[in-house]
Each structure stands twice: as structure tokens, then as C-alpha cells.
Design a protein around this ligand. Structure first.
Ligand code: ANZ
Ligand code: ZN
Length: 687
């Protein structure tokens, strides 16, 4: 008996066997038992170049789960595809002068080979690639589906602009003021852009987080904060000497008796009226222009003192009858709440700093019950906690909480204000002024206006012969035979939309396409999708906790409302694996494994040396799967020795094992005592 552990020969043999037997293939005519199906999904990769061992953790964990479930008698669907459009491929193409289509397809071929060598298995018959026509045709179809449902619209908007990537970014792609990808400080531009109306689903996206899905608390918390639901009151403040009423939004209606000025955003439509016949018109206009030039980040920074200008006009606080001055203020933003704020300097930090700067009055209306009475002239800063109401008319003596209820009740009865729910979530900006993406399937006709491309004309093909150097406008703008077209409604000359879609649109629905990847009549086969989804286990990086997961949930809800699927949430369970880290020679610090940090370890050499099973065992044993772990080449050797020992143990007992097997006994029996075997099974069952 050959007792040497020859990883390469063993693995080749079995990998071949799996492929031949189609062990990981699922066919729609296989016997299907809803209680025994298991959709195991790993986040599909971006085909950047080659895989490194850090990527491996995701796939190896997914593979272990899929195999485990299979051995427990489940019919397991496990799939792989490529998130193949996007900026990195385009930027690489600009550098290397190789067309992104070619480099992307090359990368895919290489990565697929690596995955197979790694021994991770998928139903490769279901492979999808988002940059190919037969996929992006349906991404375009999805766009039109949203458009027809009033969920895709175009508007002039201030958008985040990265001057290095030469494209707009979704709010979600701005990380502490910088571009998510390159770190360049993000500027603001006013552009005509396409949006998806995710805000229509804000309430539902929030509620279903707790109702329907089993996700890590941390991820749910991140989504909750991103949606940012707050409950408050919309209050009417009539403009003195006019019929106009300005509304403000507050979460602290208990502080209304302390409002000493009223602040509006520089973009507020009421400003035109405030300027009519105003003796300081020029000065105010100049201020407004100045503020508009600052970006949102500058305007909301907490470390710089805020600016404002008194308009000379006043509004009435209907709770007190007091007239308070109307200021235009840089820290009030037009796209939040109503674009106007009742300012309470004693109980809000920004209002406090502002009032001190401009000598505006301070009035204490909330008292900390554990302290002696506040003296507004001596307060070092605002008291922002809840407390007991003082100087608040009939509401004096109530707690903040009681007062909020009582005051709204009073306001609603007297038409002073109404309850209002507000969200931080903004609509999803999906147009990009770049080449390597799915063209937005819209035609502009001088007589018919905006016309969606008819389903039968899809896909709108992305032309190959395009000069795609970034200039700030879409490269397709400079491709006349793409841009100029015929209106599908009236047959006259028209032009195409030249922007492409954010790649997050491509990845917002890919898990559905795996169920009928070759369907050329529908975006997906609803009956198959309804059988297999929600995904039983989704596995991926926590870096997608907000963007990808939120967008996918949104699209699923839209499809549910449109009758295409029968579930509200795409991913029943989520697991976010920890990152593999290694000391970076670039920064000298322990960093997430990545090409830019120069700390990547290629699986290829290690697999050649030890075999894929060693890599797999090491990756699974590296530490608790949800936690970050440090890669250690020397420790890989340990996993190798472990496998060699197991191999030897089997070889030495092979006759006993065979005999036990013949008697219908467990193969482990000859190797360990009953107690040991029992312990092992208990452990396995906990996975
Ligand atoms: C009066 C007040 C008194 C406030 C007080 C706070 C403390 P969240 O919780 O994030 O919803 N606000 C409302 N609209 C705004 C806008 N467009 N730009 C800037 N600030 C705005 O925050 C709601 C609070 O943010 C509101 O409650 C308002 O200030 C401010 F002692 O109103 B508050
Ligand atoms: Zn027309």
C-alpha cells in the first residue's frame, strides 16, 4: 500500500471526478423538496487580476458550508459569476491600453482556473458575467421596469464628484469626504442625473431588517443608521406681514419655547420673497451665492464656525406669539427635513455656537433635573439631553418625553404642526459618466421626450471602438453612431442617453439570474427563483454591509411589488467573514491583504507545494471565521503535517476501515473510541 500523501495526484483525481459526475450541478428537473433545498451563495468577485489567499477565505468557507449541507442530504445550489463592469477595469485599461473587455475576460479565465484548483466547487453551468450582452440586456430591462413603475427618474442635482475618477459617486461611495476608491476629496457638481427611488422603500427596508432576516447585528445596525429614520414634528412659522408660512422640521419639539431665531437653507425657495424690496438685498444675495459654492461636507463640518446672515424678516412662533428673526445659515441643508430649522441655542450645539458668534439671545427651556437651575449667560455649551421643561407655558414641569407628546397633540389640534417621519436615506444615484458599464436604455426625442428603449430592442449594445479616456463627460458622447439613433415612438432623429449604470445595479439582482442564466425571454424564471430563494446562506465581506446589500434588498422589494418574485428579502441569512491580514511592506502595519498594500500571498505556489487541501484546511483553521486573522506562511506547513498524519492514520488502518465499512459500520470506528467519535459528531453538528 502506498502510504505517501501525494496531494496533487489525489486532488486531480477528485476534481476530475466531481466535474464528470456534475456533483455540484442542479437541474430544474431534479426532484425538488422545499424542506431540503439549500442556496449557498458567496459574493461574486470583481475580476480584477488574480485571486490571493485573502479572497480564498470567502470561497473556502462557502465551499465548506455547501459540502456540509450536501452531506446532510440537502440539494445544494452553489454558484459563481463575475461582477465584471466597473471603474477599476476601465482605469487599468487606460494605463495598459488593453481594452477592458479583453482584460476582464482574461482575468475571469485565470480566476476560474484558480478556483477550480483550489477545489471549491460550483455549478459552473450557471456561471454569469455581468459585462456580457446576455446579462446586461436584463440589467437594462430592470432599469426600464423601474422606469415604468415611476422608480427611475432624471433630475438636476448636486452630486458628489470625484475629479480623479472623473465621475459622480453615490452618497454611499463617499467615505469621510473622500472617494471610496481613490481617496480624492469629493467635490460637488450640479448635473442632470438618473436616480432610483429607493426612498420609497425606506420604511420597508428598515422594518424588514428585524422581521425577516437573520443577519449579524453589526450589519443590521449599519443599515439602520444609513436609513436614519427619525420621528419629529413639522411646524408652521408664519412670515410676519405676509401670507407665507415657512415650515421647519424638528426632533426636539419639547424645546420650542426656547427658539430664538429661525434658520433657512441658502437654497430655500422662500428666499426670493425675503429679498423682495429688501434694503440689504445685494449683501444677502452675495452671501447666498457664497454658501451655495461650498459643498455639503464643508457646510456640515462640526469643527468650523458656522456662518449666517440676518434677512431682517421675522416669523411668529405660534406657541408663544413671539416674533423671531429669520437668518440664512450655511449649516442648514435644503435636502433634509424641510430645509428650515427653529434654532434653540441653549439645547443644540450648532445653534449655541452660532448664537454666541452673532450675539443672538439664549433662553433655557430644558433643565437637567440633577443640577441647579441653568443660567443662560454662564452656560459653557448647549444642554442637549432630555430633562424637565421650564419657561414653557402650560407645559412647564413635564419631562421632555411627556412634553413631546403633549405639544404635538396641541399643535395638531390647532394646526400649528404635525408629526413627521424623516429619513437620512437619499435616492440612489445610478448614472456614471464612464464607459465600462451597461448603457442606460433611454432615448431622447425632440418631439416625444424621454422614451425608454422597447424590450425588443434590448440590449443597447456597448460599442467596442470607444476612446474612453476620462474627461468628465461620458465617452459614449463622442461616439456618433451610438449616440445618434431613431426614436422608437415616432421614427424621427433622436439621441441616446450616453451615461452608463453604476455597477451596483448589475450586482443588485445577479443572485436571481443564477436560477435561469441562459433564459433569453425573461430576466429570470420566476418559478425557479421562487423555489430557491431567499438565499439560505449568503457569505461575503462586511465592506458590502451598506451598498450592495441595501440595493439588493431594494430591488427585491420592487420585484416583489411587481409580481415577479414572491418574497420580500433576498438573503435570509448573512455571514460576514473576517479579513485575512498580513504585515504590509508599504505601510509597515498589519493590513487587509490587498495588491495596493503589497502584502498579497498567491495561492498558486502554495498549492503547488502542499496541495489545495492544505490551503483549505489552513484557511478554515486560521481562526474564528467571523474574525480578522493574520496569514502565516510557516503555519501552512502545520496544516500540511496535520493532513499527512491523517493520511497515514488511514493508510495504516485501511484494512480495518474497509472491513468496518463492509459490516455497515462507521468508517471512524477503527480509528477512534466511541467517546471520541461522539465528541466529534457533537462538534460537527454545531456548525
Ligand atoms: C430644533 C432643535 C432643538 C433641534 C434642539 C435639535 C435640538 P435628526 O435627528 O438627524 O433628524 N435640522 C432639521 N432640518 C435640518 C436641515 N435641513 N439642516 C440642518 N439641520 C436640520 O435631526 C433633526 C434636527 O436637525 C432637528 O431638530 C433640527 O434641529 C435639525 F434642542 O430642531 B432641531
Ligand atoms: Zn419621437
Amino acid at each position: 500500500m502506498n502510504s505517501e500523501y501525494l496531494a496533487e495526484a489525489i486532488e486531480k483525481k477528485w476534481q476530475q471526478f466531481w466535474l464528470e459526475k456534475g456533483l455540484f450541478e442542479v437541474n430544474s428537473n431534479d426532484k425538488f423538496d422545499p424542506g431540503k433545498k439549500y442556496y449557498c451563495l458567496v459574493m461574486f468577485p470583481y475580476p480584477s487580476a488574480a485571486l490571493h489567499v485573502g479572497h480564498g477565505r470567502n470561497y473556502i468557507i462557502g465551499d465548506a458550508v455547501a459540502r456540509y449541507k450536501m452531506m446532510r442530504g440537502f440539494q445544494v445550489l452553489t454558484t459563481m459569476g463575475w461582477d465584471a463592469f466597473g471603474l477599476p477595469a476601465e482605469n487599468a485599461a487606460i494605463k495598459s491600453k488593453i481594452h477592458p473587455r479583453i482584460s476582464t475576460l482574461n482575468n475571469i479565465e485565470n480566476m476560474k482556473k484558480q478556483l477550480i484548483q483550489w477545489g471549491v466547487c460550483y455549478d459552473w453551468k450557471r456561471e454569469i458575467t455581468t459585462c456580457l450582452k446576455d446579462y446586461y440586456r436584463w440589467t437594462q430591462w430592470l432599469f426600464i421596469f423601474l422606469y415604468k413603475r415611476g422608480l427611475a427618474y432624471k433630475k438636476y442635482a448636486e452630486v458628489n464628484w470625484c475629479d480623479s475618477c472623473k465621475t459622480v459617486l453615490a452618497n454611499e461611495q463617499v467615505v469621510s469626504g473622500g472617494c471610496e476608491r481613490c481617496g480624492t476629496e469629493v467635490g460637488i457638481r450640479e448635473l442632470n442625473q438618473w436616480f432610483f427611488k429607493i426612498t420609497d422603500y425606506a420604511e420597508c427596508l428598515l422594518k424588514d431588517l428585524d422581521l425577516l432576516i437573520e443577519w449579524p447585528e453589526r450589519v443590521k445596525m449599519m443599515q439602520t443608521n444609513w436609513i436614519g429614520r427619525s420621528t419629529g414634528v413639522k411646524i408652521r412659522f408664519p412670515l410676519v406681514g405676509a401670507k407665507t408660512v415657512i415650515e421647519c422640521y424638528t426632533t426636539r419639539v419639547d424645546t420650542i419655547f426656547g427658539a430664538t431665531y429661525f434658520a433657512v437653507a441658502a437654497e430655500h425657495p422662500v428666499i426670493a420673497e425675503l429679498l423682495e424690496g429688501n434694503s440689504r438685498k445685494d449683501e444677502i444675495e452675495k452671501f447666498v451665492q457664497n454658501v451655495k459654492q461650498q459643498n455639503r461636507i464643508e457646510r456640515t463640518r462640526e469643527d468650523v464656525v458656522k456662518n449666517g446672515i440676518d434677512t431682517g424678516k421675522k416669523v411668529v412662533n405660534l406657541m408663544t406669539g413671539e416674533e423671531i428673526p429669520v437668518w440664512i445659515v450655511d449649516y442648514v441643508l435644503m435636502d433634509y427635513g424641510t430645509g428650515a430649522v427653529m434654532a434653540v441655542p441653549t439645547h443644540d450645539e450648532r445653534d449655541f455656537a452660532f448664537a454666541k458668534k452673532y450675539g443672538l439671545p439664549l433662553k433655557v427651556v430644558i433643565q437637567d433635573p440633577s443640577q441647579s437651575a441653568f443660567d443662560s449667560t454662564q452656560m459653557p455649551g448647549a444642554y442637549t439631553e432630555d430633562g424637565t421643561l421650564v419657561n414653557s407655558g402650560a407645559f412647564t414641569g413635564l419631562s421632555s418625553n411627556e412634553a413631546r407628546d403633549k405639544i404635538v397633540e396641541f399643535m395638531e389640534k390647532n394646526s400649528i404642526g404635525i408629526r413627521m417621519v424623516n429619513f437620512r436615506l437619499r435616492d440612489w444615484l445610478i448614472s456614471r459618466q464612464r464607459y465600462w458599464g451597461a448603457p442606460i436604455p433611454i432615448i431622447y426625442c425632440p418631439s416625444c421626450g424621454t422614451v425608454p428603449v422597447p424590450d425588443t430592442d434590448l440590449p443597447v449594445e456597448l460599442p467596442e471602438d470607444v476612446e474612453f479616456l476620462p474627461t468628465g463627460e461620458s465617452p459614449l458622447e463622442r461616439h456618433p453612431s451610438f449616440k445618434n439613433t431613431i426614436c422608437p415612438a415616432c421614427g424621427r432623429k433622436a439621441t441616446r442617453e450616453v451615461d452608463t449604470m453604476d455597477t451596483f445595479v448589475c450586482s443588485s439582482w445577479y443572485y436571481l439570474r443564477y436560477l435561469s442564466p441562459h433564459d433569453d425571454k425573461h430576466i429570470f424564471e420566476s418559478s425557479e427563483v421562487n423555489r430557491w430563494l431567499p438565499v439560505d446562506q449568503y457569505i461575503g465581506g462586511v465592506e458590502h454591509a451598506i451598498l450592495h446589500l441595501m440595493y439588493s434588498r431594494f430591488i427585491t422589494k420592487v420585484l416583489k411589488d411587481g409580481g415577479l418574485v414572491n418574497f420580500y428579502e433576498p438573503f435570509a441569512r448573512l455571514f460576514t467573514q473576517g479579513m485575512i491580514c498580513k504585515k504590509s511592506p508599504v505601510t509597515g502595519k498589519m493590513e487587509k491583504m490587498s495588491k495596493s498594500k503589497g502584502n498579497v500571498v498567491s495561492p498558486d505556489e502554495l498549492i503547488n507545494k502542499y496541495g489545495a487541501d492544505t490551503m483549505r484546511v489552513y484557511t478554515l483553521f486560521i481562526g474564528p471565521p467571523e474574525r480578522d486573522a493574520e496569514w502565516n506562511d510557516a503555519a501552512v506547513e502545520g496544516a500540511y503535517r496535520f493532513l499527512k498524519k491523517i493520511w497515514k492514520l488511514f493508510q495504516e488502518n485501511i484494512d480495518n476501515i474497509k472491513a468496518a465499512h463492509k459490516q455497515g459500520k462507521d468508517f471512524l470506528e477503527p480509528l477512534m473510541t466511541d467517546a471520541q467519535a461522539k465528541e466529534l459528531y457533537v462538534h460537527l453538528n454545531q456548525i
